[in-house]
Design a protein around this ligand. Structure first.
Ligand SMILES: [Zn+2]
Length: 114
């Protein structure tokens, strides 16, 4: 008989412990954290960096195979570098963007820079 009383008390205690938060917060509104504002993606540089970040996440979560990741990363990295250097530096038609500014010829292959 004692075991039955103790068991019932334990069950009621556990039930009230579970139900208490639901009953007390019934009228309160749930605060949803505001979404973090997106990093400005209006520039092509930011868009390329965002794309790189996205494929990193996709590979980490297993949505992207290593082969696809490697090819996408090379493509997006080239795009980001082009965007970063494109405004200031020169672009070689063979080698892509060059770090040197104001150069007339490519330091890698010697082609005249545009
Ligand atoms: Zn070159």
């Amino acid at each position: 008989m004692t075991a039955l009383i103790v068991g019932t008390l334990l069950a009621l205690t556990a039930l009230s412990f579970v139900l208490y938060p639901m009953l007390t917060s019934a009228g309160e509104s749930v605060t949803v954290p505001e979404a973090r504002p997106m990093v400005s993606s209006d520039t092509s540089q930011a868009a390329a960096v965002d794309a790189l970040r996205e494929i990193e996440f996709d590979r980490a979560t297993g949505k992207l195979s290593d082969f696809d990741y490697d090819s996408l990363k090379a493509s997006y990295t080239q795009r980001a570098l082009t965007a970063m250097r494109g405004e200031k530096g020169s672009v070689c038609e063979n080698c892509g963007p060059r770090s040197e500014t104001g150069a007339i010829f490519c330091s890698n292959c010697g082609t005249a820079l545009s």
